[in-house]
Design a protein around this ligand. Structure first.
Ligand SMILES: [Fe+2]
Ligand SMILES: [Fe+2]
Length: 252
């Protein structure tokens, strides 16, 4: 499909780990909690045998990541189609509006957690994922966009999103900690950086728009410090989060 992220197998020839055995995937506990879905730990542990083990390492159902993965490898090989397109469209809209590179990179990364990690508290998780590699201002703006999305700022051209009325109901009130984050952000010198993420967020769910992620290569190069060892292998405080995206099905 034209609109899907391009999948490619960087090291397709290498054998997969745990050869000759069935490899069971235990769902993440957080994804079943409260949904009525059964917790699978006990039944799966009961099925374990010398021929049936828990998955560790590359999963043949997923595209293989390069050994030293870069930011755009995660876009192409791991992110869900919605997040992939949303982030590219958001960044492109900011770029076309003549915004500074710091706004473009913030838009490109603002929902990165939703791509293949966690939706809950997505501004905070997204900020944490990228904090070692971007400026403090960009990480701050990404964190606070989560709260700012609930509060209109007509002077900046941002109305409360219609989508949120559909998502949460027309009478939804954000919790106190989000209201507090909004007040903090309003009083902060970087307010506009975060606010502009929300401005370009609004217009970014368009179908049938194909954007080549490579168009952001230079902006990423100047505004995102890609570690030489690859994301996940640089020993940073968030490396384990990137490895979780590489091997989301590891048992431990
Ligand atoms: Fe967001
Ligand atoms: Fe967004």
């Amino acid at each position: 499909m034209d609109n899907e992220p391009i999948q490619h197998n960087a090291c397709a020839a290498e054998p997969f780990p745990q050869q000759g055995r069935e490899r069971m995937i235990c769902p993440q506990p957080i994804s079943a909690l409260g949904t009525g879905e059964p917790n699978m730990e006990k039944p799966l542990l009961a099925r374990m045998s010398p021929e049936r083990v828990f998955m560790m390492g590359d999963n043949p159902a997923l595209a293989r990541m390069p050994k030293e993965p870069k930011l755009l490898d995660f876009f192409r090989l791991r992110f869900s189609p919605i997040t992939y397109h949303h982030l590219l469209q958001s960044a492109k809209t900011a770029l076309d509006a003549g915004q500074d590179e710091k706004i473009v990179i913030a838009c490109l990364l603002h929902d990165i957690s939703n791509g293949a990690f966690l939706r809950t508290e997505h501004g905070y998780w997204s900020a944490q994922l990228v904090a070692p590699y971007v400026s403090k201002e960009v990480a701050w703006a990404i964190q606070y966009h989560q709260a700012l999305r609930y509060f209109a700022d007509e002077s900046a051209g941002f109305k409360y999103p219609d989508a949120y009325n559909h998502f949460f109901g027309f009478d939804y009130e954000p919790p106190e900690y989000i209201q507090q984050a909004h007040r903090e952000a309003r009083a902060h010198r970087w307010y506009m950086t975060s606010r502009l993420i929300t401005v370009y967020d609004l217009y970014s769910f368009q179908d049938n728009v194909t954007i080549d992620p490579e168009m952001f290569t230079d902006i990423i190069g100047r505004n995102f410090r890609q570690p030489r060892e690859g994301l996940g292998f640089d020993g940073s405080p968030v490396a384990h989060m990137w490895r979780t995206l590489i091997w989301p099905n590891n048992f431990l």
